[in-house]
Design a protein around this ligand. Structure first.
Ligand code: NAI
Length: 463
């Protein structure tokens, strides 16, 4: 009897743990299978949370040097105590993972420790135990994508996991991949003194982001010391006594140049993680990229088996997985649940931050949609001027005919918080005029959102 549940979730990352908690709140008996010694998955243990702790600490470190003198604060030259720097991050991880453990206990969710595999209709095997469930949810997330011939040792050649553990600031950090991880973790070590080079296969960093944002952001990062080798690929990393020798070729092929580095960070994406789940034996279909195939209700081709988060198609974002987990739990409990995939924000937690939601200009052009654009720079925002954080802008794209907001893109301090205003407006099918007519507190960075909305069809006040 003890091994029978309404729901068994495999994986306790953001998608899995939210699904488990929501289902328990709605009255289902729930077990969650997790093999790691702590709950929370990639995000809490080796992803979002620890990287944000290091980004926060390293940003303050940089501010001591770059911002404090201008404010008349004299503290001398800052020094980094790497042990404490990493311990600060570990504390953040510990607090968050223990928090999920507490929530599991509070909601009477059994954490079944071990690796789960689907062994038949309504059955999950974990070690010697066989759990029986009305519903099974696969929420096993993703793993680091690797490059052939480049072996990650997590010391000199690291993935995002090893980049959170470096025991000294590398003099030269070479990042393979100009995506979110490369730019965030490159920022951490760059702020502490590393010379950061980024080798990106495509002709621009942050693929999929609004082109104007990418252009401006690239300029800002270059000013911070980032060196970009765009349209290039790494073909070989050689370990020598003097460090790493990295062979870089043009993306289309051609003569190689050799760059030198102390640490190489491989950040070329992530892949669905399904190892050990027994998908093939259970007859659960996957696509060409190894992702579990689901229908609009997150059900796989096997009745009663569902999947959510990074292990299925869509953006590999913790909050996307969380929304899917909750929507699925609601459906399994007999309620209504849905995710609006048109309004999922994305944030790059660099300094300044980059945040976006909805369509880019490039996507709208490709779709043949007519639109208006309103922009407002932080140089004209009172609060940003007072704080001397004037880099960046807010850009709002709205339908030319209906004025409905189709996309919002922000570079700037706190962009990751500001974007939520756009998310709310878009979720309610708001227009740029709706935003422009709202009262915003003064002086706030948010006012740049209002001014950009005013600029869509008219004129901002402060320009
Ligand atoms: P990514 O997909 O964001 O970027 C990978 C980059 O590597 C791309 O620009 C790609 O063109 C480039 N690339 C691929 N192969 C290459 C090669 N051989 N040589 C040079 N460049 C190559 O992946 P990333 O940064 O590894 O992140 C993984 C996932 O985690 C992403 O889906 C990302 O959205 C998510 N994530 C989200 C964060 C956030 O929301 N703040 C933070 C960290 C990760």
């Amino acid at each position: 009897m003890a091994d029978q549940f309404d729901l068994v979730v495999i994986g306790a990352g953001p998608g899995g743990y939210e699904c488990a908690i929501k289902a328990a709140q709605l009255g289902l008996s729930v077990a969650c299978v997790e093999k790691n010694p702590t709950l929370g998955g990639t995000c809490l243990n080796v992803g979002c949370i620890p990287s944000k702790a290091l980004l926060h600490a390293s940003e303050l470190f940089a501010e001591v040097t770059h911002a404090f003198p201008g404010m008349g604060i004299e503290v001398g030259t800052p020094k980094i105590n790497i042990k404490q720097f990493l311990a600060f991050k570990d504390e953040a991880v510990d607090g968050n993972t223990k928090g999920i453990e507490f929530l599991f206990k509070k909601n009477k969710i059994e954490w079944v420790k071990g690796e789960g595999s689907v062994v038949g209709t309504g059955k999950v095997k974990v070690g010697t135990r066989t759990l029986e469930a009305k519903h099974i949810v696969i929420a096993t997330g993703s793993d680091v994508a690797r490059l052939p011939g480049i072996e990650i040792d997590e010391k000199q050649i690291v993935s995002s996991t090893g980049a959170l553990l470096l025991d000294k600031v590398p003099e030269r950090l070479l990042v393979i991949g100009g995506g979110v991880i490369g730019l965030e973790l490159g920022s951490v070590w760059g702020r502490l003194g590393a010379k950061v080079q980024v080798v990106e296969f495509l002709d621009a960093i942050l693929p999929g982001m609004d082109g104007e944002v990418v252009k401006n952001f690239t300029r800002i990062l270059k000013k911070q010391g980032f060196d970009f080798k765009l349209g290039s690929k790494v073909t070989k990393v050689e370990k020598t006594k003097a460090g790493l020798k990295v062979s870089v070729e043009p993306a289309a092929g051609g003569a190689a140049t050799v760059l030198e580095a102390d640490v190489v960070l491989v950040a070329v994406g992530r892949m669905a993680f399904t190892k050990g789940l027994g998908l093939e034996a259970a007859g659960i279909a996957t696509d060409k990229r190894g992702r579990v195939v689901v229908d609009a209700a997150y059900q796989t081709n096997v009745a009663g088996v569902y999947a959510i988060g990074d292990v299925i198609a869509g953006p590999m974002l913790a909050h996307k997985a969380m929304e899917e987990g909750v929507a699925l739990a609601e459906r399994l409990a007999g309620h209504y649940g849905a995710v609006n995939y048109d309004v999922i924000p994305g944030v790059v937690y660099t300094s300044p931050e980059v945040a976006s939601v909805g369509k880019t200009e490039e996507a709208l052009k490709a779709e043949g949609v007519d639109y208006n654009v309103g922009k407002f720079p932080f140089t004209a925002n009172g609060r940003a001027k007072a704080n001397k954080t004037t880099e960046g802008f807010v850009k709002i794209i709205a339908d030319k005919v209906t004025d409905r907001v189709l996309g919002v893109h922000i570079i700037g301090t706190n962009a990751g918080e500001l974007i939520q205003e756009a998310v709310i407006a878009m979720e309610f099918a708001g227009s740029s005029e709706d935003i422009a007519r709202m009262c915003f507190a003064h002086p706030t960075l948010s006012e740049a959102v209002k001014e950009a909305a005013l600029a869509v069809t008219g004129s901002p006040i402060h320009m």
